[in-house]
Design a protein around this ligand. Sequence first.
Ligand SMILES: NC(=O)c1ccc[n+]([C@@H]2O[C@H](COP(=O)([O-])OP(=O)(O)OC[C@H]3O[C@@H](n4cnc5c(N)ncnc54)[C@H](OP(=O)(O)O)[C@@H]3O)[C@@H](O)[C@H]2O)c1
Length: 324
Amino acid sequence: MRAARVEAYGGPADVVIRDVPAPEATPGHVVVDVAAAALNFPDLLLIADRYQVSAPLPFTPGSEFAGRVAAVGEGVTGLAVGDPVHGSVFSGALAEQVLAPATAVSPIPPGLSMVEAAAFRVTYLTAYHCLVTIGELAPEQWVVVLGAAGGVGSAAVDIAVRLGARVIAAASSPERLAVCKELGAEACIDYTTEDLKLRIKEITGGGADLVVDPVGDRWAEPALRAIRWGGRFVVVGFAGGEIPRIPLNLVLLKNITVRGIELRTWSARLPEETARAREGLATLVAQGMRPLVSEVHDLDDVAVALQRVADRAPTAKVVIRVAD
Ligand SMILES: NC(=O)c1ccc[n+]([C@@H]2O[C@H](COP(=O)([O-])OP(=O)(O)OC[C@H]3O[C@@H](n4cnc5c(N)ncnc54)[C@H](OP(=O)(O)O)[C@@H]3O)[C@@H](O)[C@H]2O)c1
């Protein structure tokens, strides 16, 4: 089968297409014929060997996919050959077939295309947990989403608006913020030209109820400083580069709750919360929610597509179409 391969750690240009042996279904696992795979920021970290966990060389990158079950391993229940599913793996999705633990795939919510289903799984589930499962967002509350035009960010804006929250989107350009406006954000802040803390306080009056932060770096602290007494701050990632060091007196003085979410371990350890979140998302999909996909590339162009993610060029999710 054809697969994207990393044979030496580096950048997008080091990802090549090769013929490799197709996977076989092992106990507890399924093999999926991949129709589409979505790119995520951590793919770049894994390719560069800068992720929290290394992938031994050579490997196939890609974590998020949609397709049909091609083979079912011993002990797997509830999944059959031909079922349309989407799933997430540590690596291996940018290929014609992927081997995945049965617990890491689930039926595609009715109404989503394969491209949409691939783009939906990681970002929307992460965003849902940030907002609902641990963010405890209520209608009419103010939520600030940093990196709001990115994968997790745009999903958080989309879900929060649909749940009746008041959304402040923060991103790095008017074009990126226009996407957030289209998703229903009530207010937008360009954090490269405006004072983030000041603007959040101005817009909300009393401060934000919840901050969702996939960016970290120099944006985390001003956003935290703009939270109201008793508000919440959810740490999702550090796309900006630096892991911020927060003065804990800020957390103490305003009784702020800071929580982290790591989807991979969360899903493995808390299957019931994960199932509840999927149900919540399926309800929103039934009401018309769809992930924003700004680019679809062929598998042959995966290096170009990864470079665009590295350049922060896309305004929404980038998907690789693997098969028709
Ligand atoms: N905790 C979890 O389970 C989980 C799950 C998924 C993702 N993540 C993490 O969350 C972060 C965002 O993931 P994503 O898929 O949303 O990524 P993404 O689509 O690339 O979005 C990241 C956003 O961060 C902003 N950004 C600021 N400085 C940046 C920089 N130096 N380089 C790149 N982007 C920068 C960009 O928006 P502006 O240009 O508008 O600033 C961009 O839209 C990543 O760190 C990822 O590892 C964590």
